[in-house]
Design a protein around this ligand. Structure first.
Ligand SMILES: CC(C)(COP(=O)(O)OP(=O)(O)OC[C@H]1O[C@@H](n2cnc3c(N)ncnc32)[C@H](O)[C@@H]1OP(=O)(O)O)[C@@H](O)C(=O)NCCC(=O)NCCS
Length: 404
């Protein structure tokens, strides 16, 4: 190995390391752009691989606070991972994953989280698919609700400044009870969610912000793009929902009714929706959404004991796991989970699994029983999977509404 991996020291190194993936996207690492990006991704959380002074790869980790069932956990949000095409398949990614996971472990973050560009890359480093998400495309003519909705509340189009004041209140209320959602800093809102580069928007049109208020309180919001297009005099444009978040029940129905009714849209598209989204029940013809289900976020338990002890459990009981973790061997061995605490044990194992399979079940998005049926978990003691399922159950499917 003729290259070395270490954290970036300044904005110039940071930009060059981010460009390892940026160049695949056709992104130019301008100083202005990197300056903005580094406000959310601290420079020292970006690892760079270099050879003879040339940066050949990069991997970053946002310092996140992630909602998990019954708690919130410090989590490394793995991002901008890339190796220059000139140096691919020489072990650069592996070395960066090594340095990054050691760093995350040393910082005491029990979890790492990522979106995978390809589903065959990250399992070898202990990540498991922890959620699924749906992309939908709703034809305007099929946008009717199953039950009539008597409108309630006030909708207002707001500018970015007002959105910054109102949207986080809704986000935080929903985030607190939704596994997979991330706490957002002001910078995150300002520089990512509400941000639009000058003249931005391109094909989709500029971002629009709408808030739903009831009794003067924000209860829902949406960020969307709409650029009308006509085909032989007929509206043929797409209304792209960037993010629609609202409190349960009425506010969710109200915000979606608004989005589905906007004139001059032939289709309404949304992506990364949770698989248990209320739209399945709100729409009269949910099949016409043509949902495409894909993998959502991937979870890695960096410290198995701390991660298992940090979440809440839906049922009493105890289970003994025998965990294999080749990449982070400090996790390997038998762990007994009881009364919300995981401790090392000499007791007989009941479920045997790779740490990546534990990542699949951690947010409650998949059950141990389905992982047993899929060959990812061995049930050594009958009934152990069902018992663990009851303990790990989550009231709602994990939802991470944005790719970071
Ligand atoms: C994916 C990518 C980071 C791999 O980097 P790399 O330096 O070539 O990877 P390495 O040589 O360290 O390979 C490490 C291991 O991953 C495997 N691997 C690498 N790229 C892979 C891919 N695209 N699909 C499946 N496996 C892959 C290698 O075979 C190797 O496996 P092994 O250790 O079991 O033998 C690089 O090709 C890249 O930058 N791709 C475009 C951007 C991207 O997809 N980034 C990931 C964003 S989530």
């Amino acid at each position: 190995m003729s290259f070395k991996v270490r954290p970036c020291r300044d904005l110039d190194e940071f930009g060059r390391a981010v460009f390892a993936i940026g160049q695949y996207f056709g992104m130019e690492p301008t100083e202005e752009r990197m300056e903005r990006f580094s406000k959310n991704l601290p420079i020292e959380r970006m690892h760079a691989a270099s050879e003879n002074g040339t940066i050949i790869g990069g991997a970053g980790a946002f310092p996140f606070r992630l909602t998990v069932p019954g708690g919130v956990v410090s989590t490394a949000g793995v991002t901008v991972v890339g190796t220059f095409p000139t140096h691919r398949r020489r072990g650069v990614l592996k070395a960066m994953m090594r340095a990054q996971l050691d760093d995350v472990h040393a910082r005491g973050e029990p979890l790492a989280l990522l979106w995978a560009s390809e589903d065959t890359i990250y399992g070898r480093y202990g990540y498991g698919m922890a959620s699924q998400c749906a992309d939908v495309k709703i034809p305007r003519e099929h946008a009717a609700f199953a039950k009539p909705l008597e409108r309630e509340g006030t909708l207002r189009i707001v500018d970015a400044e007002e959105a910054l004041r109102l949207f986080p209140r809704v986000w935080d209320a929903v985030r607190r009870r939704t596994p997979g959602m991330l706490a957002r800093t002001r910078n995150w809102w300002e520089l990512r969610i509400l941000f639009e580069p000058p003249g931005g928007g391109g094909e989709g049109g500029p971002k629009r912000f709408v808030v739903l208020e009831r009794c003067g309180r924000p209860e829902g919001y949406a960020v969307y793009r709409h650029k009308p297009k006509w085909d032989e005099g007929v509206a043929d444009s797409e209304l792209q929902i960037v993010e629609a978040v609202a409190l349960d029940g009425r506010p969710t129905a109200e915000i979606w009714r608004y989005l589905l009714d906007i004139d001059w849209a032939a289709r309404i598209t949304a992506s990364l929706l949770p698989v248990d989204h209320p739209l399945w029940w709100l729409l009269a013809a949910p099949r016409t959404m043509r949902p495409r289900i894909g993998d959502g976020v991937w979870v890695r338990l960096v410290d198995v004991g701390a991660a298992l002890s940090a979440r809440g459990y839906a049922a009493d009981g105890a289970v003994v796991f025998d965990i294999t973790d080749d990449f982070c061997p400090w996790n390997s061995g038998r762990w007994r989970l009881a009364r919300g605490r995981a401790k090392r044990t000499a007791a007989a194992a009941q479920l045997r699994l790779d740490v990546s399979a534990l990542g699949c079940a951690y947010l409650g998005g998949f059950t141990f029983s389905e992982l047993v049926r899929g060959g990812r978990v061995d049930e050594l003691r009958r009934g152990a999977a069902a018992r663990a399922d009851a303990m790990f159950a989550s009231e709602r499917a994990p939802w991470c509404p944005e790719i970071f």
